[in-house]
Write a protein that binds this ligand. Structure first.
Ligand code: OAD
Length: 240
């Protein structure tokens, strides 16, 4: 199956890669729902909602700051690097990610559609200003904006809407794709996961790269069981 998918990727033009937490497992970042998943240890309601932040901004920030520290220690893996290489070869390539860790950026990917935001960007809850801040650890929690308001991580929390501009661009890319790679996602969180079905309905060949079965496995054209960091370099081999 790997050889066939490699040839189809080489022949495709409008390729979409859609990534989830599994993409960064080999970089040392935990997923949400596996046996070691974050939602096994923490309650999303206490840490990843606007209400939780209003009740206890320091606690929420301690959690995000510890995740930032882990992410800052991590390096992009061979899978991130292969996707950045694919973008250099295919001018109409689109990368859509649910990840907030910034590893795709660090691997060299461009114009990334970050559906769930970016942990390295902070947004003021009072004036709405956004600033990039890569310091780890952050000194005072919660960090403050110049206007005096509290800064929050510019990520999408439960109960919040995804950025409509980003979502629109993702829908358009999925509808136009001739090839759609779904990588390292359990494909159960909507609206993000709906992109897979949308791409399929509009004629894309859908490839899934995941060591486990997912909610979409039965509907994909090529379910490849394996780790992103091992499979992607085989699908996107160096050019001779
Ligand atoms: P999940 O934790 O739900 O799923 C991670 C997937 O990665 C699983 O299907 C694993 O089998 C797979 N996986 C594990 N190791 C892998 C590897 N080495 N290579 C490839 N795949 C591997 O994470 P997501 O699907 O990303 O949302 O979760 C979606 C959203 O739910 C997240 O963006 C987050 C979470 O709540 C928000 O915070 C809004």
């Amino acid at each position: 199956m790997i050889d066939e998918v490699r040839d189809r990727i080489a022949a495709a033009t409008r390729i979409v890669a859609f990534t989830g937490a599994g993409m960064s497992v080999e970089s040392g970042i935990p997923t949400f729902r596996g046996p070691e998943g974050l939602w096994r240890k923490f309650r999303a309601e206490d840490l990843a909602t606007a209400g939780a932040f209003r009740r206890n901004p320091k606690l929420v920030w301690e959690w995000y700051d510890s995740r930032r520290q882990n992410m800052a220690r991590s390096e992009p893996n061979a899978g991130h690097i292969a996707l950045a290489e694919l973008q250099r070869r295919k001018p109409e390539f689109t990368l859509i990610t649910q990840n907030i860790d910034g590893l795709h950026d660090r691997a060299g990917s461009a114009d990334i559609l970050k559906l769930h935001g970016d942990i390295w960007v902070l947004r003021c809850v009072r004036c709405g200003r956004e600033v990039e801040d890569r310091r780890v650890p952050l000194e005072d929690l919660p960090p403050r904006c110049e206007c005096g308001g509290m800064l929050r991580p510019a990520v999408v929390w439960f109960g919040e809407y995804l950025d409509p501009g980003v979502m629109d661009a993702a829908y358009r890319a999925a509808v136009n794709a001739d090839m759609f790679l779904t990588i390292g996602t359990s494909a159960i969180v909507h609206p993000a996961a709906g992109l897979i079905g949308l791409a399929k309905e509009h004629g894309a060949v859908v490839v899934e790269i995941n060591p486990a079965e997912t909610a979409y496995s039965e509907r994909v054209d090529y379910p490849i069981r394996g780790a992103a960091g091992e499979i992607l370099p085989q699908l996107i081999p160096p050019e001779e």
